[in-house]
Design a protein around this ligand. Structure first.
Ligand code: ASC
Length: 151
């Protein structure tokens, strides 16, 4: 069965849409998926930092690792052809596309701050983690202020 499918692909028959090169819409959905996954983890960490939830060091460290893994994936989703879409709403601001170097610097900041948080989460307690968490929040905000359109 698998062989038949591979043969079909080789012959160029019935190639499903998801095998094709990424479209602009795919790129928008990809990056939005990453942002949602970041938010899911970041929100839970924020609740622990702000003492709205009990601090669980193992869970916090796992979530910090996830942020550090997700952050370097974001840049890939901002490809040519994904600036605007008729079908998938995006809040990527137009400035992003002609200030790409600045945007990439801010992404780099996020990578560095999430990596630092993940490292700190291996040994720091909640109070020790607060400044590292704050720096990640600032990195999120710095980019949103410039390159995410207002609601
Ligand atoms: C969030 C969220 C953001 C960031 C930002 C951090 O939970 O949705 O955009 O944190 O507010 O400063």
């Amino acid at each position: 069965m698998k062989k038949a499918w591979i043969l079909g692909v080789l012959l160029g028959l019935a190639v499903p849409g998801w095998v094709m090169a990424a479209s602009g819409d795919d790129a928008i959905e990809y990056r939005q998926g990453l942002f949602r996954a970041l938010k899911w983890n970041f929100s839970d960490m924020g609740a622990m930092i702000q003492e709205r939830k009990p601090f669980d060091a193992a869970r916090f460290a796992q979530e910090a690792d996830r942020l550090a893994a997700l952050a370097p994936m974001l840049g890939e989703g901002f490809i040519k052809g994904s600036e605007k879409s008729e079908t998938v709403p995006t809040r990527a601001a137009s400035e992003l596309w002609y200030q790409r170097d600045r945007f990439d610097q801010l992404m780099q900041q996020l990578e560095e701050k999430t990596a630092a948080l993940a490292e700190a989460a291996k040994h720091e307690d909640r109070d020790g983690l607060r400044p590292y968490f704050g720096q990640v929040a600032q990195a999120c905000k710095a980019c949103h202020d410039r390159y995410r359109e207002r609601d």
